[in-house]
Structures are given as structure tokens and as C-alpha cells.
Design a protein. Sequence first.
Length: 202
Amino acid sequence: MPIGAPVGSFLIAGVLKPLHLFARIKMNILNNKSLLKDCAPDQTKYPAYGYVKIQVDDIRVGKIIAEINSGIGTKEIARTKSQKQNLRKVKLWRIPVKSYTGETIKSLLPNINEVFNYKICSLQDIQYLEYSNGDYYEWHSDIDNDLSSMRKISISLCLNGDYTGGNLEFFNDGQKVAIETKKNDLIAFTSFLNHRVNKVRF
């Protein structure tokens, strides 16, 4: 069974605990007045750059998996080359913002942003990435041209654990930081951080 990693934000149970503060969502903009209010930064604090790792409860992950399995996403061809190198080998679907997954993202963003303290005002379309044996995603950042230039927080949620490899690695200040991912692990990180997903093995 392939490993799935929706790139987005999801509701969790429990308290966010930052692991390292050197602190995936590609979206069509959906402005939301409640996000502007609920995700307003605390002007007395600086923003944080880095990542946090938290656990999502089985019920919410189960509902997200059920929604994906219902065929809600639109399959697309993932861009595989960047500057003449193989960027990734992965399958890609886009999940609509108006979905259970999208509603869950909206409900989580205020809690996630308590760690980062960014001004969050919109969501874009959600990507679901599926990794088969030998699939990977090489070094990249989630900032690009057009809409993706506005990204601030990227999130990856691991939907299964029957694999080896597939760790999320960050490159920061000349050093690699590897994060082992298991089922229900959610990693939220500053979108401009260089990162990759190591080869997945089943």
C-alpha cells in the first residue's frame, strides 16, 4: 500500500509542542474573514521559523482517508524535473478546499499559528501525494511563483506506517535535520525551509 501524505493542515487533539524553532499546502485562495481574525499574529512577539511535530487522532485521520478514498481528489501529473534534475517521483491529487479536509484545515490553523505567529488570511488547494516503493521528493522549498509565493506554513500528515524510509529532512544553517515520520504524524513548518522526502520502501 502506498504511503499518502496530504500536504495541508489538519485538526488535531492535544497541545502543540515545538520541537525546533529554526521553524504543504498548495492552494487556490479562499479568503476567510474568520481566518483573518483567528490567525492574527501577536504583535508583541516575533514570528518563529522552524517546524513542529504533533500527532493527529485516529478518528480525524480515518475521516480524511475515507474522503480521499471516496474519489474526491482530481489526479494530476506531478512536475518531476527542476533545473535538469529529477525532482520527485510521486502521484498527485488535488483535494478541494470545500471538503472535510478543507474544513479541518481551517479549524486547525489558529492553533498551528500560535507556534509560528504569522499573518494567515487564506487557504489554497490541498495536495494529496502518494508515494509507492522507491518514490521520493528531492530538495525543494514550497515557495515559488504566483500563488505559491504567498505560502507561510506547510504541513505534511502521514496517513500510514507500513513502510521504511520516507523521512522528512530539512536543510537549515548548513545542517540536515531528519524527522522520522509514522502514521498520524503531522509536521508543520515554515514554507521557505528547504526539505525533502527520502525514498520510501515497502
